[in-house]
Design a protein around this ligand. Structure first.
Ligand SMILES: Cc1cc2nc3c(=O)[nH]c(=O)nc-3n(C[C@H](O)[C@H](O)[C@H](O)COP(=O)(O)O)c2cc1C
Ligand SMILES: C=C(O[C@@H]1CC(C(=O)O)=C[C@@H](OP(=O)(O)O)[C@H]1O)C(=O)O
Length: 390
């Protein structure tokens, strides 16, 4: 199972081609659109999200609501494209037309990909970098994640995500009864936080940051339930599923850290308070009294819920200018900008769900086969039965 994405932030569309999805999986455009809508929401977003109304077109690999086993192509249009056709066209500009299009971007933003990308690829117009480094790309990663979520739900696994912290405001009440409870309550909060009091304080923080021309980051958490024991493997470094999840979270724009389970807290605790004691009964088989390690030992799932956290830095584009250097004049300047998000942590929690779902679904198919749904289902049932009695 693999996918690539293509598309620029202000180009005509974003595309993903997904390979290795089993045949006979029920998949509707609506399954994808629900996730796209969730990613567009969340308090703290800028004006761009009022322009876009993300909707997927499934152009390959699905027929009459079911996957065929062929590559799946998903396309999402950029509504903003109509304002950018001249600036972003693929054809060479006609003579004299350069003046009509916006001037070259020569002023890199601290914290964004602008300067490094310009030097690496030799672009004196940094638009060639920012168009692709933009988190607009996460639209189609969420689309691919929606397909992964469909695989997981078909085999009894569920994914939920929520926000734990924004701009230093920490959620105090993060307990949930079930994954459905987590999903419902995070959906009801404009910042996707389970703690109602903290939600309000987070929104106030976002307003304050916006008024001050600043931006803020935060922490998100993703939970996956129902994973069989043994996804991933201890036998080779590049088969450890916890490592793949860490890379997936770090691949999201602006993410700077990852924790599995209690993560960094483990540094200050004795082993007796970190390792999860093992139990067994006939009905459930092996289980754990606690889940400090977030569902992983030896790079493999242990049957407990997978718990992954990620930290997002504040958005780099600021209305309050930071100093930078114009690459043409080599003079310092204070950046001025047209529009940006002030906080995208709630939206990023949806992206985090998608990338985690993708890695877990991929590991699931690596272990149990990838051609057709019913065969995979049988394989999982047999495995779960054997693990219970083991
Ligand atoms: C959902 C989402 C929305 C984002 N919106 C913006 C934005 O409006 N302005 C901005 O400068 N960066 C935004 N970012 C962050 C940048 O894309 C990111 O900082 C940039 O690609 C550089 O990568 P790095 O921060 O991982 O080094 C957003 C990130 C995410 C996940
Ligand atoms: C378009 C999206 O996010 C964009 C991510 C982004 C960035 O620099 O990462 C910059 C902004 O784009 P623009 O400059 O066009 O306003 C965000 O709106 C999206 O999430 O769909």
């Amino acid at each position: 199972m693999r996918y690539l994405t293509a598309g620029e932030s202000h180009g005509p569309q974003l595309t993903t081609i997904i390979e290795g999805i089993p045949a006979q999986l029920e998949l509707l455009a609506e399954d994808v659109n629900t996730e796209l809508k969730r990613r567009q929401g969340g308090y703290g977003r800028g004006r761009r999200m009022q322009i876009e109304k993300d909707q997927v077109q499934i152009t390959s690999g699905v027929r009459h609501g079911k996957t065929t086993g062929a590559p799946i192509a998903l396309v999402v249009e950029n509504k903003d494209w109509t304002h950018w056709t001249k600036v972003m066209g693929a054809e060479p500009l006609p003579e004299g037309a350069e003046k009509e299009v916006k001037r070259k971007i020569s002023r890199p933003r601290p914290g964004h990909a602008d300067l490094n990308g310009a030097i690496k690829y030799g672009h004196r117009d940094m638009r060639n970098v920012l168009e692709r480094s933009s988190a607009r790309e996460t639209t189609v990663r969420v689309a691919a994640g929606a397909v992964a979520k469909k695989i997981l739900s078909t085999f009894g696994m569920k994914v939920g995500g929520h926000v734990l912290e924004i701009g230093g405001v920490k959620a105090q009440h993060t307990q949930y009864q079930s994954i459905e409870d987590l999903q419902e309550r995070s959906e009801a909060s404009p910042v996707r936080c389970l703690d109602e009091e903290a939600s309000t304080a987070m929104m106030n923080k976002i307003d304050e940051a916006k008024q001050a021309g600043d931006s803020i980051g935060g922490i998100v958490e993703v939970v996956v339930t129902g994973a069989p024991i043994g996804l991933g493997s201890h036998v080779q470094y590049d088969r450890k599923l916890d490592a793949k999840l860490a890379a997936a979270i770090m691949s999201i724009n602006a993410f700077k850290g990852v924790e599995i389970g209690i993560g960094f807290e483990a540094a200050s605790k004795p082993g007796s308070e970190v390792h999860d004691e093992i139990t067994w009964n006939e009905e459930k088989g092996y289980s754990r009294k606690t889940n400090h390690l977030g569902g992983f030992e030896g790079g493999m799932t242990n049957g407990m819920p997978i718990v992954v956290r990620g930290v997002m830095k504040p958005i780099p584009t600021l209305y309050k200018p930071l100093q930078s250097i114009d690459i043409e004049s080599k003079e310092p300047f204070a950046a001025s900008i047209e529009r940006s998000d002030s906080c995208a942590v709630p939206a990023a929690s949806v992206v985090a769900e998608a990338v985690v779902a993708w890695e877990v679904a991929k590991a699931l198919l690596e272990t149990f086969g990838s051609d057709q749904v019913d065969v995979i289902k049988d394989n999982i049932e047999k495995h779960n039965d054997a693990a219970r009695k083991f």
